[in-house]
Write a protein that binds this ligand. Structure first.
Ligand code: NAP
Ligand code: MG
Length: 402
């Protein structure tokens, strides 16, 4: 079989620990035999980030702006223990945070649904994608403990020194206080990323806040979404046969529980933090969750939602067998290859991505899976495969599909 051609390189961001081991296996078994793989390689493994004073992370993000599509392996975010383990010069920042700041993007997380791994919520027959706004609100709040009676006000001083004041509370005893903010520019980027991703994946978009109670703060989120939708997206949504739907957050939560899925749920920062963990665990497994960072300019960075699976890596180093699930990392590659195929008009590349995803799902549905899934599957007598054997089983299925 002739290998599938690519024209523009993917930005390849290699990573750490067990996922770095899977990364190479996936390339060797599932990609290189079938595709004339073009990538621009950036080694985001912690050792190389340390050697380059983290410059490699910045370079990989700039390359994503140049080429448009990246695929990323999970990476270690250093903490005190990692400082010693890797003898680091500095406690380098989270690569995902650095890349997100440069691309100004929103992260979309979606479960990979497969027969035999059933969601806790019976009526969720299609995936629910969560988009979390990643700036401001309670995550950048200022707080104070109020020791006793006194007046608390919000004070805005403009650049000419004029003050606008708003009473928060006249305290008669001790209490607590918090000041939150957000930026119109950040909310606008969030809105555009959501609308673009909805068009891209042909799914309805839901958005919810508490605008009835928060008549200025949350209402601004609602208004910005609506203004951008009306001015830039309403016609495109109509043409694509999809819908933008705004409601109150408590109504949204109730509707989500009764829905069948198949939509994107855009959440404010805190709502997204809480709801993404609820939705992902209800769908079954962190190892079956994909994640894509979408910038308002239309740059994409695909990855798995899980981390580097450190505990499995230490077993691997001791020469013990591991059964680590590679599906979300494989889907990061297929997401990136499909997008590259779309942008470069290479239907064969997109079709290959489709088949590779199908091969993963068929392999699991035939009863062959890693241990994490075998523990929760509803299929009878699953066969538990080790990390490498699962990837090779997917290859066997893939070869029958090609
Ligand atoms: P983790 O790597 O997601 O793993 C936590 C546990 O979840 C694992 O020990 C394993 O459970 C299970 N698990 C996760 N992915 C799995 C897979 N593919 N197959 C089978 N089981 C899987 O989270 P962590 O251990 O908290 O973090 C490890 C490192 O990852 C940290 O240094 C953190 O900074 C980094 N991290 C990176 C990203 C990213 O790059 N996007 C995201 C999160 C964390 P069992 O051990 O019970 O089998
Ligand atoms: Mg959280």
């Amino acid at each position: 079989m002739e290998k599938i051609k690519m024209t523009t390189p993917l930005v390849e961001m290699d990573g750490d620990e067990m996922t770095r081991i899977l990364w190479k296996l996936i390339k060797d078994e599932l990609l290189l035999p079938f595709i004339d793989l073009k990538t621009e390689y950036y080694d985001l493994g912690l050792e190389h980030r340390n050697e380059t004073d983290d410059q490699v992370t910045f370079d990989s993000a700039y390359a994503t702006k140049k080429y448009g599509v990246a695929v990323k392996c999970a990476t270690i975010t250093p903490n005190a223990a990692r400082m010693d383990e890797y003898n680091l010069k500095e406690m380098w920042k989270s690569p995902n945070g650095t890349i997100r700041a440069i691309l100004d993007g929103t992260v979309f997380r979606a479960p990979i649904t497969v027969k035999g791994i059933e969601p806790c919520v019976r009526n969720w027959t299609k995936p629910i994608t969560i988009a979390r706004h990643a700036y401001g609100d309670v995550y950048k709040a200022s707080e104070m403990k109020i020791p006793g009676p006194g007046k608390c006000e919000l004070v805005y001083t403009d650049t000419d020194g004029n003050e606008t004041r708003e009473l928060i509370h006249q305290f008669t005893g001790a209490g607590i206080i918090q000041g939150q903010h957000n930026l119109n520019s950040s909310i606008e980027s969030f809105a555009r990323s959501c609308f673009n991703y909805a068009l891209d994946t042909k799914q309805d978009l839901w958005f919810a806040t508490k605008d009835t109670i928060s008549k200025k703060y949350d209402h601004t989120f609602k208004d910005i979404f609506q203004e951008i939708y009306d001015a830039e997206y309403a016609e495109k949504f109509q043409a694509a046969g999809i819908e933008y739907f705004y409601t109150l957050i408590d109504d949204a939560v109730a509707r989500v529980m009764k829905a069948e899925g198949g939509f994107i749920w855009a959440c404010k920062n805190y709502d997204g933090d809480v709801m993404s963990d609820m939705v992902s665990s209800a769908f079954g497994s962190l190892a079956m969750m994909t994640s894509v960072l979408v910038s308002p300019e239309g740059y994409y960075e695909y990855e798995a939602a899980h981390g580097t699976v450190q505990r499995h890596y230490y077993k691997h180093l001791k020469g013990e067998e591991t059964s680590t699930n590679s599906v979300a990392t494989i889907f990061a590659w297929t997401g990136a290859l499909r997008k590259r195929g779309e942008l470069d008009s290479l239907p064969e590349l997109s079709a290959f991505a489709e088949k590779l995803e199908k091969a993963c799902l068929s392999t699991i549905e035939s009863g062959k899976m890693t241990k994490d899934l075998a523990l929760i599957t509803t299929l009878p007598n699953p066969t538990v495969l080790n990390s490498g054997d699962f990837i090779r089983a997917v290859r066997t299925t893939l070869e029958t599909l090609l």
